[in-house]
Design a protein around this ligand. Sequence first.
Ligand code: CU
Ligand code: ZN
Length: 156
Amino acid sequence: MESTAKAICILINHDTGYRGTVNFEEQDGKTKITGTFKNLPPGKHGIHIHEFGDLSNGCVSAGAHFNPFKKTHGGPADEERHVGDLGNVEADSEGNATFELVDHLVRLTGEHSVIGRSLVVHADEDDLGRGNFEDSKTTGHAGARIICGIIGVCKN
Ligand code: CU
Ligand code: ZN
């Protein structure tokens, strides 16, 4: 029997009041990701794991989407995707959102662990690589980074 690993990411933007909490739980080679967000602009927002846990220059220094296998950007259900591609989170008219995904690529253990990397939410919808924009195949044309946080180990 494999053991369970847990992680948490707190996302907060003190200027805008956007905030969220996302929990990660890895078990039997899959990771369940569940989150709640408040005060987001209504609508869909791209959500990704970015490669660095460096927020020294805000969400910008988090780098590109976490992509250890050198793939093209996609959505979480696609075979061709970055490990960090989690799709979209959709906020209601009040700015509340919940997120839930069970993912087979995101790992909290081993060589490609996402611990110490960051989670970023974007201003716009992620087109999952299906758009015709110049950056559809790299970032899903999701626009500015509006909120981010570092993924850290939490009590099992
Ligand atoms: Cu992103
Ligand atoms: Zn991507």
